[in-house]
Design a protein around this ligand. Structure first.
Ligand SMILES: C[S@@+](CC[C@H](N)C(=O)[O-])C[C@H]1O[C@@H](n2cnc3c(N)ncnc32)[C@H](O)[C@@H]1O
Length: 318
């Protein structure tokens, strides 16, 4: 049975904070239907330093995650979202994609899958007996049929903003066919630095490895940009963002930067302390963060479709 905690023992979800403790118990200290977005990456049960003590079978791990996802779903507002970022469970060289394990659990909870986002990155271990893994997945699920989705804050520059509707398009012939604010970033989040150099207008969100300005001692840190896209798209200012596996506190810090309330839960005291220090640095404007997004591509003179329509420039000038 869940532990029920009343009164002052509840977490004040109006205040951005990192709570040191086990998500299983700490989630009970949050009010039901309070969270607009839960963005998180759970342990993958692959023997990382922070999961050495658990050593669970895949079945035990799946049951454990089911109990946590059940609690998260209870804390979620109607119209709220979960962004569950996962990779592979690996044993004896055999991989199990964790989104396969979590999808049926999320469906049993009555949540609706909106996107299965592929997050591709450029760095990582080089496998010897299979192809090197270079992507992970974010399952974006919502509670209820109506849900919050703000596309405009996460639009990215078009490759060809100068494209126009064909002459046969009644009422729109010759007008710019794109959106002056940019295009939908799609469900494929690209991490290829080379592509950025070749000038494709994709977000380049490298994972947080040795030379990344956000790197800490934590082995599996979210890049700020990845969380930022979720926070901007699935919440408004003042909403509550939860990360029950907070690690370095990236989700909480990002929520705070964007005027949301962030609550993170982290089991290990050292990580929780470090996340709190990072939050304080961020609140003083002193935390190193990689700037989000890349510059729009500069078109060559010969590329008419790559130039920004004059109609849009006129609108922006008004
Ligand atoms: C994959 S990492 C998350 C990293 C995080 N996304 C970041 O940006 O730093 C998982 C984190 O969950 C923590 N953790 C493991 N079991 C936990 C539990 N039962 N309750 C809360 N946190 C836990 C680990 O210590 C680890 O820091």
């Amino acid at each position: 049975m869940d532990r029920v905690i009343h009164g002052t023992d509840m977490i004040d979800v109006r205040v951005t904070q990192i709570v040191n403790g086990d998500a299983v118990q700490q989630l009970d200290r949050m009010p039901d239907s309070s969270v607009q977005l839960c963005v998180t990456s759970p342990p993958y049960n692959i023997g990382k330093s922070y999961e050495k003590s658990t050593n669970q079978t895949l079945e035990q791990y799946s049951q454990w995650m089911r109990s946590i996802l059940t609690k998260i779903s209870r804390k979620l507002k109607s119209g709220g979202s979960i962004c569950l970022q996962v990779g592979n469970y690996v044993k004896d060289g055999i991989i199990v994609p964790l989104d396969y394990i979590f999808y049926p659990i999320l469906m049993d909870l009555g949540l609706s899958l909106r996107n299965r986002i592929i997050w591709r990155y450029n760095f990582g271990l080089h496998a010897k007996h299979r192809l090197s893994g270079r992507y992970e997945v974010i399952l974006w699920v919502t509670k209820g049929l109506e849900y919050k989705f703000n596309l405009d804050p996460i639009r990215i520059p078009q490759l060809y903003p100068g494209k126009r509707h064909a002459a046969r398009k009644v009422g729109k012939a010759g007008m710019p066919s794109g959106n002056p604010m940019g295009k939908n970033p799609s469900d494929y989040w690209e991490f290829s630095a080379e592509k950025a150099f070749f000038g494709e207008p994709v977000w380049d969100i490298p994972n947080v490895k040795s030379k990344h300005p956000e790197k800490t001692e934590h082995p599996c840190q979210f890049p700020n940009e990845l969380v930022e896209r979720c926070v901007l798209a699935f919440t408004d200012k003042g909403d509550l963002v939860l990360d029950p596996f907070a690690g370095t506190g990236t989700s909480v810090i990002c929520a705070d930067i964007h005027g949301r309330v962030g609550v993170g839960i982290e089991l290990l005291k050292d990580y929780a302390d470090n996340a709190r220090s990072r939050l304080q640095l961020s609140q003083k404007g002193e935390l190193a963060l990689r700037p989000s997004g890349i510059e729009p591509r500069l078109p060559k003179e010969t590329e008419r479709v790559a130039t920004v329509p004059t109609e849009w420039l006129r609108k922006q000038a008004v």
